[in-house]
Design a protein around this ligand. Sequence first.
Ligand SMILES: C[S@@+](CC[C@H](N)C(=O)[O-])C[C@H]1O[C@@H](n2cnc3c(N)ncnc32)[C@H](O)[C@@H]1O
Length: 261
Amino acid sequence: MSVFNEGDLALLIDSKGRQYLVSLKKDATFSFHKGNVQFNDIIGKNDGAKVFSSMGERLYVFKPTLEEYILKMKRGAQIIYPKDISRIITLMDIFPGAKVFEAGTGSGALTLYLLRAVGETGKVISYEKRKDFYEIAKKNIEIFMKNKNTGELVLQNKDIADGIEDKDFDRAILDLTEPWLFLDKVVDALKPGGLLGCYLTTVLQIYNLMEEFEKNFYEKLYKVGIFELLERKWEKDGLSLRPALRMVAHTGFIVVFRKLA
Ligand SMILES: C[S@@+](CC[C@H](N)C(=O)[O-])C[C@H]1O[C@@H](n2cnc3c(N)ncnc32)[C@H](O)[C@@H]1O
């Protein structure tokens, strides 16, 4: 599995740390500002190989991690950043074998991590109302999950406003603008004790969600909490060891509830 085969994804990293994601094809070439790289030089080599471009640039070649892949894959809607996804997976206690509902699918970033976390015995049902985003997500997921064993995925081009067909979900995650409009549908679809997570990007959305919870759902849901995650990268350059000058300062908030019996 550590050897590159034709059709595999490969992440090329140049001497400046710039990353290029490619799909390996026999006799094909990747061209960039530092020359060409022959894919035949990569196919058959081990993960972590070193190759050189036609202009002598050294590149390291790795099989992309899921994080590297989602940051490079095609986007329809804005993705949830990996730092937030990692916290969602733990806060929402996504476990092997879980049955998870998600809306909207967006570009499929969270869906990919959910599929991984539920394992081969789990199931993810994801709704996306926009046909163009649904198509992008479907392709993104197919590309990364090719030849990998995953749980069952039911991806639907569907608006959650029209209802959730299935029931008895262990977990449900809403990443859409107005989750408070769909609390009744999601609560009905969850198992007692099941967890509901809402990913929101502004405080006004949190306010609206909490107002709806306090007015109409306080007997059906228990509020676990409202969370924000900040991540700061550090860099070492010679004697200088300090936080990176640029950071993704704001992404979003995660609001978690549990369904009462
Ligand atoms: C921010 S994106 C989701 C990104 C996704 N979590 C990811 O990581 O790639 C929000 C998506 O929700 C979809 N959406 C909004 N309202 C919806 C609804 N009522 N039913 C289904 N999908 C909806 C939008 O079309 C959009 O693609």
